[in-house]
Write a protein that binds this ligand. Sequence first.
Ligand SMILES: Nc1ncnc2c1ncn2[C@@H]1O[C@H](COP(=O)(O)OP(=O)(O)O)[C@@H](O)[C@H]1O
Ligand SMILES: Nc1ccn([C@@H]2O[C@H](COP(=O)(O)O)[C@@H](O)[C@H]2O)c(=O)n1
Length: 312
Amino acid sequence: MKMKLPCMPSVIYRAVNLTIRSRKCSVIDYRNFSNLYLNPRMSDKKMNGISKINGTEGKAPFLIGVSGGTASGKSTVCKRIMEKLGQVDMDQAQRQVICISQDSFYRELTPTEISKAEKGQFNFDHPDAFNETLLLETLQDILAGKIVQIPTYDYRHHSLNKDEFLTIYPADVVLFEGILVFYFPEIRKLFHMKLFVDTDSDTRLARRVPRDINERGRDLEQVLNQYMNFVKPAFEEFCFPTKKFADVIIPRGADNTVAIDLIVQHIREILLNKGRKSEERTLVLPSPAFVRTPNSSPKKHNTADGLFKRPH
Ligand SMILES: Nc1ncnc2c1ncn2[C@@H]1O[C@H](COP(=O)(O)OP(=O)(O)O)[C@@H](O)[C@H]1O
Ligand SMILES: Nc1ccn([C@@H]2O[C@H](COP(=O)(O)O)[C@@H](O)[C@H]2O)c(=O)n1
C-alpha cells in the first residue's frame, strides 16, 4: 500500500517525492516558493534497509543531519518533528525516532582553555572544538545498530558532565543536529538526508542572547563579545559553506510548518517501509486529523499520537 501525503494535494506531494528520489529539480515550493528548497544533490544512500559500515552489513537507521547557524532553530525543528511523529511522551528505548545533539561531542578543555571560555574567549564554533573521532565512531556504531552511550554537555561550565551519559537505543530514524554536522567529510557522508535550517542572522542573534543569559549562565557582554569575535566569523567560515551539502533547506526554521510537515511525511514513509519489514513493530500512521476516508473527509481515530499496531 502506498501512503499519500494527506495534508496537501497529492500531486504536489508526488512532485516533491519524485524530486527527492530523482534529483531533478533544484527548487521546489509548496505554497509560495520560499518554504522549502530541495537540493539536487540528494544523498546517494538507500532510503532504508541494509547499508555497509566498516565492512559490516546490518539494518541501519535512516540518519538525518540537521545543521544551521547557532540559534537557527535546529533543536526546535527536531522537537517539532518528534512531536508530530508522536515520539516525545514515550520511553527512550521505545522510540522509533531519536534526536542527538552535536554539542554532546565537544571535547574536554584544558584548564587554560576553560579560563578563556569563562571570559568568552574560547572558540566553540571552530571544528577543533569538537571530538571528531568520538563523533564519527558513535555515528558508525549507531548506523551498525548498536546501543551507544553519549556524553552530556554542561554549557555553564564548558565541560562534559562526568559520569552522566545518555543511552541511545537503536531506532529507525536518527536526527543528528549541530552547527558543524556537515563540516567533517567522513561524518557528512554518513547522512542519508541533510537538512539546513536557514534563519537570518539578526533573528539568530536576537534568540541567542536571551537563551545564553537565561539557560547557559552568561552575561550580555560575554555573549556579544563571543558572538562578534568567534561565533559570527566561524559561522561564515565553517557553517554557512556547508549549506551547499544540504538536500533540503528550511527557511525560517520551526516557523516553516509546511517544510516540517513535508519532512515528517517523508519520515512516516520511511517508518512505514521499515515497519513492513518487521512484523511486530509499531507503525506510525498519519496523525488523526490527516487520515482521510475514501470520500476524502477527515476522520478521527481514537488512538494517541496516531500510533497503531500492525494488524495480523
Ligand atoms: N520559530 C521560533 N520562534 C521563536 N523562538 C524560537 C523559534 N525557534 C527557536 N526559538 C528559540 O530560539 C532559541 C534557539 O532555538 P534552538 O532551537 O535551540 O536553536 P539551535 O538548536 O539552532 O541552537 C531557543 O530559545 C528557542 O526557544
Ligand atoms: N561551552 C560552550 C559550548 C558551546 N557554545 C556555543 O553553542 C553554540 C552551538 O549550540 P547551538 O545550540 O547554538 O547550535 C555554538 O555557537 C557555541 O558558540 C558556547 O557558547 N559555550
